[in-house]
Unconditional design. Structure first.
Length: 332
């Protein structure tokens, strides 16, 4: 960069330096790791008819294999699960045995697909993790419906927040959306405890409202430790604590954690500041410190709660409690 000054200017070295940075600012210069370049754009045509959202939209899950998007919503006399196509067309809904959906996850295997829902209701269906067919047929219940559990009993949940199921059938549950339990539980495909991590607290491996969970290809389990304002990471085989990130969450804790389709980034929802944070995902090895690559600032009072990513297209779907809608963001 060359700055040419007219003869009337009397610039010192500091003056040139000041002008240099002013010109950089005018051109919106930034390091690629500071994330000023836009990475996603809102798909204003999704869904085609937003009026199908009639309750508070708490969670969303993508069936990338079949091009379906499942939305969990709450409210009186509203369908609790809505199903859309990835193009945004409403397909169908179902309501049976779902009281207050909190988290939702779609599992695709070589032979079948299923939808897993965590139910935090206090009525006869609550405190459970349930497996459904894509059409809404109840297939499996984990926990005792209607009974809040104790952290001493693996399959007795108290407001389970979210679930992640691997293709092998191994299940990861973060249990404790404000209830008695604050734990991360891994179950086998026949629903036996493999390991359990966490108690209520602020120390290493402890939680205050573990709110979201996901698994990467490198054998690590990532948990949004919401009220401790950090993400904690565990070894998926042993349950050993591997590290945590907190420096990115001074303004607001993480509500949701999902990887992008290429596993280069983590998408994190921050409800109270209406923001999606995009963090650099470390490869194998040390967790290190979190690096915020980019952000997507949502409208005021949108309140993004949980997100999911289409692992084929890379699109990010955001369930927004405040706006009572799900929005779709397309990668650029």
């Amino acid at each position: 960069l060359v700055l040419l000054s007219p003869p009337s200017w009397d610039l010192t070295a500091n003056g040139y330096l000041f002008l240099y940075f002013q010109v950089l600012k005018a051109f919106d210069y930034s390091s690629p790791w500071k994330g000023q370049e836009q990475m996603y754009k809102l798909d204003i045509g999704w869904p085609k008819i937003p009026e199908y959202f009639t309750g508070q939209t708490f969670c969303v899950a993508v069936d990338s294999l079949h091009g379906l998007v499942f939305v969990g919503q709450r409210g009186d006399n509203v369908p609790k699960v809505l199903v859309f196509s990835e193009e945004g067309y409403f397909l169908y809904s179902w309501n049976n045995t779902v009281e207050m959906p909190h988290g939702i996850f779609v599992l695709n295997t070589a032979t079948d697909s299923s939808v897993w829902i965590t139910d935090v209701g206090t009525g006869k269906y609550g405190h459970t993790v349930k497996q459904y067919s894509p059409s809404g047929k109840l297939m499996q219940i984990l926990g005792t419906p209607g009974n809040a559990g104790s952290s001493l009993i693996p399959l007795q949940f108290d407001q389970p927040a979210e679930i992640f199921v691997e293709e092998s059938g191994d299940i990861y549950v973060v249990d404790g959306d404000g209830g008695m339990n604050n734990r991360l539980l891994k179950l086998s495909n026949d629903y036996k405890e493999i390991w359990l991590a966490g108690t209520n607290g602020t120390g290493i491996g402890q939680f205050k409202i573990p709110h979201s969970v996901t698994v990467d290809p490198f054998g690590r389990v990532w948990v949004a430790d919401r009220d401790n304002k950090r993400i904690q990471v565990f070894d998926k085989v042993t349950g050993e604590w591997l590290g945590s990130w907190s420096s990115c969450f001074s303004e607001d804790g993480p509500y949701s954690v999902r990887f992008t389709a290429n596993y280069k980034y983590l998408i994190v929802a921050q409800l109270n500041i209406n923001r999606l944070a995009i963090l650099a995902a470390p490869p194998v090895g040390s967790i290190g410190d979190c690096v915020m690559v980019n952000t997507v600032q949502l409208a005021d009072e949108t309140k993004p709660h949980l997100v999911d990513v289409d692992m084929k297209s890379g699109a990010v779907y955001v369930a927004e409690i405040g706006a009572q809608q799900v929005q779709k963001y397309i990668p650029l």
